[in-house]
Ligand binder design. Sequence first.
Ligand code: ASP
Length: 439
Amino acid sequence: MKKVVKFGGSSLASAEQFQKVGNIIKSDKERRYVVPSAPGKRHGKDTKVTDMLYACYALAEEEKKFDKELAEIKARYDEIITGLGLKLDLSEEFAKINENFRAKAGADYAASRGEYLNGIVMANYLGFEFIDAATAIFFDENGDFDADKTNKILRKRLEGSECAVVPGFYGAYADGKVKTFSRGGSDVTGSIVAKAVQADVYENWTDVSGFLVADPRIIKAPEVIDTITYRELRELSYMGATVLHEDAIFPVRQEGIPINIRNTNAPEDRGTWIVGSTCQKSKFTITGIAGKKGFCAVNIEKDMMNSEVGFGRKVLQAFEDYGISFEHVPSGIDTMTVFVHQDEFMDKEQKVVAGIHRLANPDSIDIEADLALLAVVGRGMRSTRGTAGRIFSALAHANVNVKMIDQGSSELNIIIGVSNDDFESAVKAIYDIFVISQL
Ligand code: ASP
């Protein structure tokens, strides 16, 4: 068995956190490949090392002094090194970074040093081999991740290594110039490494005990999801639930490698398993609820719309012409509604409306703003009758007016539109009926 373990910034923010991580790795011989993030926040008001690096490099680029800022970053690492009692001196590394900042090596290079240095500390602490991600993870000339080249080279590199640390978040172009993934990208590196070594599991260690059924800012101490499929996860992440970087799913999904989200501060918790498919029933009929505010509904009416071939295409063309993507398009006999993001739509609203008039010649167009969309997601819904009925009676009891309903044909999710003001009550009502009442 081989396990790839990725640790997030809060798991590596201090020497004390590093020790927890060390214990987790040492307690299981199969945890052979480690992907660290940069040190994160030690407390609420702290700054992540990645953000310190971006800020420091911005000074270098403006040709301002940045020695104090760089020294503060070094101090973060020295605190960890001293706390762990390691004999490691990063002075030479920092001299090189200083030089490269002066030579304007780029913001990606700067940000990547957070993971690079943390990888060196981690490898030293564990006695594992250090592999610089710039020599094993590649981007093509367009800046896209080069999966084939990476997999070939990284696989070979790791085959020859019993235990290794590969820093997260970055790789390099063919010429060696460093490039990062988008923020939170160490999750992606973990997934790439798991694929390269054909791991049995990709453990992603963070500071929560897994995915929660609902947003903890709305529901107090929500239940943890035991097992979730990749598809369910995608539906929930798209609707605003966050824990894992979106792109982290693809490399392992292709290989059927499960992801296990775990909590560094509560390693005994089982966490959440993310899998391709499962016969395991979820504990509740629904797997999770997520949602977002800030949508607009553009309502288009035209008599006999149902028999006019091409009407929908013409309407959507008007949105496409102004670069606006739509979220949902529920339709009736003589009406069609297009849900869009309010902030994207606002500036172009009148142009799009004129476009619809010109292209589709409707009877009327009406715009409703300040709407929220809620996704109730669950593989269990397919085999359970009455789920939709329960959702809507719960919403009615909570006095929430439902403005739109859209059930995907996969029966994996039901999307509900309500006004922004009703959003929290709607989430609570659905959580109560499917979770609280089942406990
Ligand atoms: N350190 C990077 C960030 O803050 C990447 C990561 O933590 O995954 O975005």
